[in-house]
Design a protein. Structure first.
Length: 431
């Protein structure tokens, strides 16, 4: 049986699309390539790329070169955001590396339609019958973005915002509910969800969530990144129920109003504080994380300090820190006032230290509590993720480890030492 190797870079949306590729190839008679199998070579290699930073571009090129070296007889398919914007460059790169390569640079939908003559393409074709890698299902409800952030290249690759009609979201979620305990609602910017459907009451994400909870019985929902401007009291009320996971990720980028204006972001520090307050007001100590870009052109020490101090005050459970990366085709690419690289490195280090401190403090507050844990891997050691997004090592009751996808009620012992830089945040004991 031929094998397909899928290498995924980037976000949850890319993960879903890769799952769809895996499912499509599986139905065509392929099996997923596993390196541990002796003398096994993939017939097809799919590289699903990202272009969010220059490092993402570099990693994509590195993965492509490695695939050409390791699997010279395989058909190499490159897709994703980097491929959308740099098709000609990738083809030149690969011609230089290996002129005989069976390389294809394809749009996402073209990969999905690889085995049929379906000329119709939709951003919402990605509906795998089963998930090959993830124990949590992923449901794409939105794609693209209408924002014009001066640093962002993803909107150039993905286009304007589009949303899956509410009826189809519910239909797909009901199918997932038959197999999975949890689904992640994802998109490029799900805060821009807007359904032109038979249900005008579902015209935004707030109302969609209420509609989905009412239309399903047990499946839990986890949300991908949210715009702070969208988190109002009404939205907070819509996520207050037990079936919305107490885990939220805010796309903040900066807490300085001057920097936010240069970035093309339409909120300020007060809105960020209110967003965090609203979420904590409806959930019992939720896991709240954020994205921060530091070293944006013109960012002064005082402006950086505003970001650092507000992040410290709000006690985020995690901060994804990104040094600013110049992206071709974006307005900020030509901005002057570049921050010195050594200073950017210093700021990244300060925020990263704050991120680890915030995570450790958050985990400490959870010790002694009961949590629901979704088992993700039970092969060598039983690991899972809690409802509030802690990575845990599970000490289960029986002799046989629970299967991946099982949900266990556990307690986090209060007398354990915390080291979040370990492979897991805490130990959990099955109740």
């Amino acid at each position: 049986m031929p094998e397909v190797l899928i290498h995924t870079l980037g976000c949850k949306l890319n993960s879903l699309e890769s799952e769809s590729y895996a499912d499509s190839f599986r139905r065509a008679g392929y099996e997923l390539f596993i390196k541990q199998k002796i003398n096994s070579k993939p017939a097809v290699v799919i590289i699903n790329t990202c272009t969010v930073t220059s490092k993402a571009d570099q990693k994509a090129r590195r993965v492509i070169r490695k695939a050409l070296r390791d699997y010279p007889k395989a058909k190499i398919i490159v897709t994703g955001c980097y491929a959308e914007l740099e098709k000609e460059g990738i083809e030149k790169l690969l011609t230089a590396e290996n002129s005989n390569s069976g390389l294809l640079v394809l749009k996402r939908e073209e990969v999905l339609n690889f085995f049929n003559d379906n000329n119709q393409s939709s951003k919402f074709q990605f509906v795998p019958e089963q998930f090959s890698v993830h124990t949590r299902s992923i449901l794409k409800i939105q794609d693209g973005c209408n924002n014009k952030c001066t640093y962002c290249r993803i909107r150039l690759a993905r286009g304007p915002s589009e949303s899956l009609p509410a009826e189809q979201v519910l239909e797909r979620l009901l199918l997932l509910e038959q197999t999975y305990a949890e689904a992640v609602l994802t998109g490029v910017n799900i805060s821009q969800y807007s359904s032109m459907s038979l249900h005008p009451s579902c015209e935004n994400l707030t109302k969609l969530l209420s509609y989905l909870i009412a239309g399903t019985q047990k499946i839990a929902l986890r949300l991908s990144s949210l715009d702070p401007l969208f988190i109002t009291k009404d939205f907070a009320k819509s996520v207050s129920g037990n079936r919305i996971r107490p885990h939220f990720h805010l796309s903040i980028q900066s807490c300085s109003q001057i920097v936010l204006q240069r970035m093309g972001r339409s909120y300020n520090a007060n809105i960020i504080e209110n967003a965090v307050s609203f979420l904590r007001g409806v959930k019992d100590d939720p896991f709240i994380a954020c994205d921060i870009i530091t070293g944006f052109p013109g960012e002064t020490e005082a402006e950086f300090n505003k970001t650092y101090e507000l992040c410290k005050k709000l006690q985020f459970a995690w901060i994804h820190v990104f040094p600013y990366s110049k992206r071709p085709g974006t307005p900020a690419f030509d901005f002057s006032d570049t921050v010195q690289e050594s200073e950017v490195t210093r700021r990244v280090q300060l925020l990263t230290e704050l991120a680890w401190h915030g995570r450790a403090e958050y985990v400490k507050k959870q010790l002694g509590k009961e949590v629901e844990v979704l088992i993700e891997n039970s092969v060598k050691s039983c690991r899972g993720v809690s409802a509030n997004y802690l990575k845990v090592l599970v000490k289960y009751k029986g002799k046989t480890p629970p299967p991946s996808g099982a949900v266990l009620r556990c307690r986090l012992p209060a007398d354990q030492k915390i080291d979040c830089k370990n492979e897991y945040d805490a130990i959990a004991l099955e109740i």
